[in-house]
Design a protein around this ligand. Structure first.
Ligand code: MG
Length: 493
């Protein structure tokens, strides 16, 4: 697949890195699904060792990567391979191992403290740890280097090439318009803020059947895919022919289990659609966190929360969940699309979700720049929340302490959730403002939608940067107008 002798060499050497990453993925999956508690310590040690080995094997390829960077006439795939390895090398070579170790130590402790602090709803407990984490991430930014804003270096870790300027452009358009939109939708009163089905209990076995039948509707290839159970649903791509998701069963409010399954299936469909020729290479994964999230959001929201999809899975739901007897399809649709101001991000609906990430983006940007002290974060959080929602969190647990991300050292991640919403709506727009989605679902067949996504996005894996990929597929990148148009059409038309 490559004729260039240097890239050929690189791919031969990369087989080792791939095998290590493959092993780490299996261990990570097992940790969340089947491992007994006692396995945590040895698992941590083994994973740490594998990570070091993978890092060393990558660093040993530096000479070859430099050689490839000097060679001319590389094709897109070859250039992608070199670019991806350069990104890894930059991180490994610029961020010293002592700093990586310190981050590991500090965040392991911080996560434990964060759980306690959230339980007690007391930010003061977490504050010194967050202080350390911000300091360390600031150091990472300095080591990596950046233009204009230190936060750019951190954003780039999750979304290659995405900057403060990009995020400001997206949010400055999205947030004021979403506020207006939310006010109009609330006033119109069509979409309820609460629904009786939210408190309806279900039998786990019945819901397992629903999810199994729904993944069949999504045409998941059962010889290359599997579904298990975990507390926090996730997807892991262990190989191009081995992609796994998890879902959860909480015993009531069945939409939470249903939409976790559809969301993760969206991530899986992406992984399964990557060109098989890219297997075992550095470009055999998705393009970025934002692009990956666009696939899960497309299936969860644009497909899964549409009237046509409700109609499609209606027989499955009614067969397995007898308590739905008194509700027609329109009621189900409204239950799946309740709109309410909620303090908790993970419970947010399509209309309010981006307020939550905008708030976190704003806080992170200011803290990393040193414009705001860590001690001031809770009041900045509450003030911004009040500005967006007209409500003020009553305590730290339903405010600044709700997410695990900061305790794990992730600063720069939250914006990718909104990029997922934005890019999903760009797909909707490209599919003739959703007409292709509606037609496919009315025919009861998602194969055409999957083919579209594979042709335009999936097959390229990480060959292109997320911006290049969007330019090729849509002729534009991170355009918030598409999301606003989609939301307007869905909630006000
Ligand atoms: Mg996701």
């Amino acid at each position: 697949m490559t004729k260039n002798p240097v890239v050929k060499d690189i791919l031969k050497r990369y087989a080792q890195v791939w095998a290590l990453r493959h092993s780490m993925a299996v261990l990570g999956w097992d940790t969340e699904t089947h491992m007994p508690e006692g396995g945590a310590r040895p698992r941590g040690i083994a994973s740490g060792q594998l990570a070091v080995m993978s890092q060393q094997a990558t660093i040993e390829m530096e000479g070859l990567v430099k050689k490839a960077e000097r060679s001319k006439g590389l094709d897109d795939m070859e250039e992608g391979v070199v670019r991806e390895l350069r990104r890894s090398l930059d991180y490994y070579l610029k961020v010293p191992p002592e700093l990586v170790d310190e981050i590991q130590r500090v965040t392991t402790e911080a996560t434990v403290v964060w759980r306690k602090a959230r339980k007690k709803s007391d930010f003061k407990l977490f504050e010194p740890h967050l202080e350390k984490i911000v300091g360390l991430q600031r150091k990472v930014a300095d080591k990596l280097g950046y233009e204009k804003h230190p936060y750019n270096a951190l954003l780039d870790l999750y979304e290659e090439g995405f900057t403060v300027a990009d995020a400001d452009r997206v949010y400055s358009r999205l947030i004021p318009e979403s506020k207006r939109l939310l006010a109009r939708v609330t006033q119109a009163g069509v979409f309820p803020s609460k629904h009786p089905l939210e408190s309806a209990s279900y039998e786990t076995e019945a819901m397992v059947k629903v999810n199994e039948e729904v993944i069949r509707v999504l045409d998941m290839p059962m010889d290359r895919f599997r579904m298990d159970v975990s507390t926090h649903p996730f997807t892991t791509q262990i190989a191009s022919d081995d992609v796994r998701i998890t879902t959860r069963y909480e015993g009531k409010d069945f939409k939470s289990s249903l939409y976790s399954t559809i969301h993760e299936s969206g991530h899986a469909i992406y992984g399964l659609g990557i060109d098989q020729k890219l297997s075992y290479t550095p470009v055999g994964d998705g393009a970025s966190f934002g692009i990956h999230e666009s696939q899960s959001r497309f299936w969860e929201n644009i497909v899964g929360r549409s009237r046509e999809f409700v109609k499609l899975i209606d027989p499955i739901l009614r067969k397995n969940l007898p308590f739905l007897g008194g509700y027609d399809d329109e009621q189900l649709y409204l239950y799946f699309n309740t709109v309410r101001k909620n303090f908790i991000r993970v419970e947010a609906d399509e209309l309010t979700y981006n307020f939550h990430t905008a708030l976190r983006y704003d806080v992170e940007k200011k803290v990393i720049a040193g414009d705001v002290k860590v001690a001031e974060v809770p009041s900045l959080w509450d003030d911004t929340f009040e500005d967006y929602f007209g409500l003020r969190p009553k305590n730290d647990a339903e405010g600044v302490l709700q997410d695990i991300h900061w305790s794990g050292g992730s600063i720069g991640y939250f914006a990718t959730y909104t990029l997922g919403n934005v890019v999903a709506a760009m797909i909707w727009h490209k599919m003739k403002d959703g007409a292709l989605v509606r037609e496919s679902l009315l025919e009861g067949d998602v194969v055409g939608l999957k083919e579209w996504l594979k042709t335009n996005i999936h097959r390229y894996g990480a060959i292109y940067t997320p911006k290049e990929l969007q330019e090729r597929a849509f002729g534009e990148a991170y355009n918030p107008e598409r999301l606003l148009a989609y939301l307007n059409r869905k909630f006000l038309a």
